[in-house]
Design a protein around this ligand. Structure first.
Ligand SMILES: *Cc1c(COP(=O)(O)O)cnc(C)c1O
Length: 379
């Protein structure tokens, strides 16, 4: 069976993880954590980077930092992972779902303004497949209405919008290092990116169980006490050690993923010309990171037939994201603003192809050959 993902592996992880294991410091914010955070601050250029145990928890920290309270509205696409919404629902917010763009599957920036009410506190753009949302427009809307922008950049590390790294544009942002993402910290992991320096001190306190332990260890205060609400949002050193090996190969991982992505893209050009499928589109201002290759088939039934055929030929091609507004929790915690023109229709036709860093050319050629065969039957 060809899976749709395997965790990225570069070769240096073993050594770094063992080194961290044998050191006298395995809890959070040790040497590897600090090295990773410094890497993000210089590579991405965020004001401050804080490792978290997951992207979900980085989003939860963002909701705490912008003081989401019951009665607040938060605007986001319905076509996203549950954590994008859950982080804000946990603080009592109502979610206002807005339709997406058919070209990128990202929130349609032209529909955001009409979803804003006096209760709106934040906009959460999700950079689907590592392709940027239209951030200049979104930031201008947020500015005009006094709203926060939290980028769900779970899939966006190493991708850019007008030359700027995703995750450095909104007030706050989150990356994921889950094993299905481009870089992993050993299965689970995440990062909170702070671009508005007003949030830095409080973020450190919230992340350390509501205490000023971070300042204490830096010698900036002589006692450490309970200061605010908070939780345990630090990963251990083994996760950071695993991640650091991948950061050292960040360009290599990115190049290989892009290389696989382009091979898929070239292979399916002809079938797109015949109207059998639609390929992903990347706006001119966006440099993506090869996070995902997907195809859109003509119908839900065509997608089902494609997945069955591929499985019969030992290739796993999953789909994802049942739109949140159509899920039981989405219906009780949110509402869809405007008409669902694109979200349901396009998400029902989308299928993902296998793509991982260590994927061999042989596996890639096999997937392409089976997919072309399956789609040719469909003409
Ligand atoms: C993967 C993902 C998340 C959650 O990331 P975790 O690190 O697993 O918590 C959130 N949002 C989006 C868009 C994702 O793709």
């Amino acid at each position: 069976m060809i899976p749709f993902n395997k965790p990225p592996y570069t070769g240096a992880e073993d050594q770094y993880v063992i080194e961290a294991m044998r050191s006298d410091k395995m809890s959070g914010d040790g040497p590897y954590s600090r090295k990773c955070q410094a890497w993000f601050e210089s590579m991405a250029g965020c004001h401050r980077a804080l490792l978290t145990p997951s992207c979900t928890q980085a989003l939860e920290m963002a909701a705490l930092l912008i003081d989401i309270v019951p009665g607040d509205d938060v605007i986001m696409p319905s076509y996203t992972f549950v954590s994008t919404a859950n982080a804000f629902v946990l603080r009592g917010a109502k979610i206002v779902f807005v339709d997406i763009r058919p070209d990128t599957m990202n929130i349609d920036e032209r529909l955001i303004e009409r979803a804003i009410t006096p209760r709106t506190k934040a906009i959460v753009p999700v950079h689907y497949a590592g392709v940027a949302c239209e951030m200049d427009t979104i930031m201008a809307i947020a500015d005009k209405h006094g709203l926060y922008v939290i980028e769900d950049a779970a899939q966006g590390m190493m991708a850019t919008y007008k030359g700027r790294q995703l995750g450095t544009i909104g007030h706050l942002a989150a990356y994921s290092f889950h094993e299905t993402k481009n870089y992993t910290s050993g299965g689970e992991g995440g990062l909170l990116l702070i671009n508005d320096e007003r949030f830095v001190d409080r973020a450190e306190v919230i992340r350390e169980k509501g205490t000023n332990r971070s300042q204490f260890f830096r010698g900036q205060t002589d006692k450490y006490t309970w200061r605010d609400i908070g939780s345990s949002f630090l990963p251990g050193e083994l996760q950071a050690a695993y991640l650091f090996a991948q950061l050292e190969c960040a360009d290599k991982i990115n190049e290989r993923r892009l290389n696989i992505w382009h091979k898929y893209h070239d292979a399916f050009a002809k079938l797109e010309g015949l109207g059998v499928i639609q390929r992903p589109q990347v706006p001119a201002d966006c440099q993506h990171n090869g996070h995902m290759y997907y195809l859109k088939l003509r119908s839900l039934a065509a997608r089902g037939a494609f997945i069955d055929w591929m499985r019969k030929h030992e290739v796993l091609t999953p789909f994802h994201y049942i739109p949140l507004h159509s899920s039981p929790a989405g219906q009780s915690f949110g509402r869809f603003e405007g008409e669902d023109v694109v979200t349901t229709n396009h998400s029902e036709r989308l299928v993902r192809l296998p793509l991982w860093f260590n994927m061999t050319d042989e596996a890639l050629d096999q997937v392409i050959a089976h997919a072309i065969e399956a789609l040719s039957l469909d003409q």
